[in-house]
Design a binder for this molecule. Structure first.
Ligand code: OFO
Length: 172
C-alpha cells in the first residue's frame, strides 16, 4: 500500500511526464511545419516515449492501491525559435525531469518505501540515457553551426539516434 506522501509525489510525476509528452508533441509539430521531417519524427517518437513513462507511473500507482490522477496540463509553447533553441530547451527539460526523479527517490527513502524506490531505478537509468542523448544532439548541432548541408544531414540522421536504455519499459 502506498503512503499518501508517496502517492501524491507519484501523481505529480505523472503530470510531469504527461506534460513532457505534450511539449515534445508541440515541438514535433513546429519542426514538421518548418519542413524538418527527420527532427519531427524524432520528436513524435520522443513524445510517445514520455506518454509511456506516464503510463508506467500510472499503472504502478493503481497496482499499489493508490489512485492515479489525470491532471490538468499547461499548454506547451507553439514556437521554438530555431531547431538549435528547441534542442537546448529539450535538454534543459530533461535535466529538470532528472531532478524530479531524484526528489522522488529521496521521498521513497524518507518514507522507507523500498518497493517504490526499486521501481524508480528504471527511471534513474532512463534519465542518464535521455540526458546523454540530448547532449549528443547538442554537440552535433554545435558542429553544424550555420551550415545548411549539415542541417540536411542532421535532419536525415537524427532518427537513428535513440535512447539506448538497458531495460525494456515493458507493457505500459
Ligand atoms: Fe524524458 O523523461 Fe520521462 O522520465
Amino acid at each position: 500500500m502506498l503512503k499518501k506522501k508517496v502517492e501524491t509525489a507519484l501523481n505529480e510525476q505523472i503530470r510531469i511526464e504527461a506534460e513532457s509528452s505534450q511539449i515534445y508533441l508541440s515541438m514535433a509539430s513546429w519542426a514538421e511545419v518548418k519542413g524538418l521531417e527527420g527532427i519531427a519524427q524524432f520528436l513524435y517518437k520522443h513524445s510517445d516515449e514520455e506518454r509511456m513513462h506516464m503510463l508506467k507511473f500510472f499503472k504502478y500507482v493503481n497496482e499499489r492501491g493508490g489512485h492515479a490522477i489525470v491532471s490538468e496540463l499547461s499548454a506547451p509553447k507553439i514556437d521554438f525559435g530555431s531547431f538549435q533553441q528547441l534542442f537546448r530547451e529539450l535538454f534543459e527539460h530533461e535535466i529538470m525531469v532528472s531532478e524530479c526523479i531524484n526528489n522522488l527517490v529521496h521521498i521513497t527513502l524518507e518514507e522507507k518505501d523500498y518497493a517504490t524506490h526499486n521501481f524508480l531505478q528504471w527511471f534513474v537509468a532512463e534519465q542518464i540515457e535521455e540526458e546523454a542523448l540530448a547532449r549528443t544532439i547538442l554537440d552535433k548541432i554545435d558542429l553544424i553551426g550555420s551550415d545548411k548541408g549539415g542541417l540536411y544531414l542532421f535532419d536525415r540522421d537524427i532518427q537513428q539516434l535513440t535512447v539506448n536504455s538497458a531495460a525494456d519499459p515493458g507493457p505500459a
